[in-house]
Design a binder for this molecule. Structure first.
Ligand code: 5AD
Ligand code: SF4
Length: 442
């Protein structure tokens, strides 16, 4: 019988993408997927370390795996991703039952380990360049991630990523375009370009420097590629050229994720975000001028060291002013190897952090709810993803604005349809399939 694997993924889309590559690689080695961790010969974790909670959650899972291995001593336990990278060889000291550990993106190293005769624990933590084509097992056959760079050249004082994912390196331009073409020929209709700071793309390429906007235009012009997304741009670097590509091509989704982090220029400076409140507001104005119906989402941290009530008020003000369509909100959590973890002044007590978070979420939800009302009464193009999570008799899909839509109708995952929007909450839209599409689908 073939060997079986079980993968658990934590963290961001970059990790989701790496996990798809791990699964693809494992299947090419003859492994098959196991529903349950207990039945797997290989238990893999793709880890995140962005906040303390992520670490805690993962360590609890790792202990479960240890118990499985106690019952089945032949089980191989592998730990990849950011947590592994930030721990390096300490992984083996603290968790001696781990067999292989590897940093983000090091999928080929995992293959090397599995195909070698090595029985001793191995760690792989050096980035050695982009692997040539790796097989990928996509969760959704019609949607794909496409990594355009590794690492990050920014120095945000709270962030562990530069230490786990290393310095910024752009992937060769032609290689990305070729992969996008191949994906389109395989039936992928939606692609998300991934990088820690996509606007930094191409500046390190030699002999020919490239711009992110060039890549976006080229990928967005590939026949068959219906939707292109990207994440994340940085408010310092997003420029008119990118907005122009949105305006030029229908394929570029009307959604921009622009992480604010804080609304106070003082806090932004302490975070080393390299923009201030005015610059952020100015970027939003530029984006909205070029893409009037754009949905804007963001990330915000509350309780950064030194954040006073006035500073926090400024965050609320920027949110009221910008009116984000959605936001991820986080409580500041000190991370190892980061500058902000060493800050000792103005530390915000936990209960104050929690209270600010609640007030922020209220503002975010109210604005998101109001913004979403603009869709009611409109007919929107929706990419069908499958049955609705809450009511399997309905379908779920997504608009170009990245809004989830639950609707009554028919259609296969991966196809487009039109939905008349009848209701909108801060999170989701509801509606009915257009009569013409309904007749065609039936
Ligand atoms: N504490 C809290 N939130 C953080 N983020 C990154 N590092 C931290 C931290 N130390 C948030 C940022 C980032 C998102 C992915 O996670 O908002 O944009
Ligand atoms: Fe992604 Fe950051 Fe978590 Fe690494 S630490 S998985 S880059 S979110």
């Amino acid at each position: 019988m073939s060997k079986r694997y079980h993968v658990t993924t934590f963290g961001c889309q970059m990790n989701e993408h790496d996990s798809e590559r791990m699964k693809g690689m494992l299947e090419s080695l003859g492994y098959t997927a196991s529903e349950r961790r207990e039945d797997a010969d290989l238990i893999l974790f793709n880890t995140c370390s962005i906040r303390e909670k992520a670490d805690e959650r993962f360590v609890a899972h790792l202990h479960d795996a240890k118990i499985v291995k106690r019952n089945n001593p032949g089980t191989v336990i592998g730990v990849g991703g950011c947590w592994a990278q930030s721990m390096k060889d300490l992984v083996f000291e603290q968790f001696p039952f781990v067999d292989v550990a590897f940093g983000p993106g090091q999928v080929p190293k995992l293959a090397e380990f599995l195909t070698s005769d090595s029985i001793t624990a191995q760690g792989y933590f050096e980035f050695e360049g982009f692997p040539a084509h790796l097989p990928t097992k996509r969760d959704r056959p019609h949607q794909a991630w496409l990594q355009i760079s590794v690492g990050c050249h920014m120095k945000c004082s709270y962030c562990i990523v530069p230490s786990t994912r290393g310095r910024h390196v752009s992937r060769p331009y032609d290689e990305i375009v070729e992969e996008a073409r191949r994906l389109a020929s395989e039936g992928v209709v939606e692609i998300t370009l991934l990088g820690q700071n996509v606007n930094a793309y191409g500046r390190d390429l030699r002999p020919q420097r490239r711009e992110f906007s060039e890549l976006l235009r080229e990928v967005g012009s590939i026949p068959g590629m219906k939707r292109v997304r990207y994440t994340s741009p940085h408010p310092q670097d997003i420029k008119q050229d990118v907005v122009d590509v949105h305006a030029e091509l229908d394929t570029i989704c009307e959604h921009v994720h622009l992480p604010l982090q804080a609304g106070s220029s003082k806090i932004l400076k302490a975070m080393r975000r390299t923009y201030d409140r005015e610059r952020f507001i100015d970027r939003v104005a530029m984006i909205r001028a070029g893409i009037p119906d754009v949905a804007l989402s963001t990330d915000i941290i509350v309780g950064f060291p030194g954040e006073t009530e006035e500073d926090f008020q400024e965050t609320l003000e920027v949110c009221e002013l910008v009116q984000f369509d959605s936001a991820f909100t986080f409580i500041f959590s000190p991370r190892r190897h980061t500058e902000a973890a060493e800050f000792t002044e103005g530390l915000v007590p936990h209960d104050v952090k929690v209270e600010r978070m609640q007030r922020l979420v209220e503002v975010i939800q109210r604005n998101a709810h109001e913004r979403a009302q603009r869709f009611v009464g409109r007919t929107m193009e929706v990419l069908i993803e499958g049955p609705s999570r809450t009511d399997p008799s309905r379908l779920r899909g997504r608009t170009s604005h990245n809004k989830a839509v639950n609707f009554e109708g028919f259609g296969e995952p991966g196809t487009f349809t039109h939905v008349g929007i009848t209701g909108a909450t801060s999170q989701t839209l509801t509606g009915n399939q257009s009569l013409v599409d309904l007749a065609l689908a039936r």
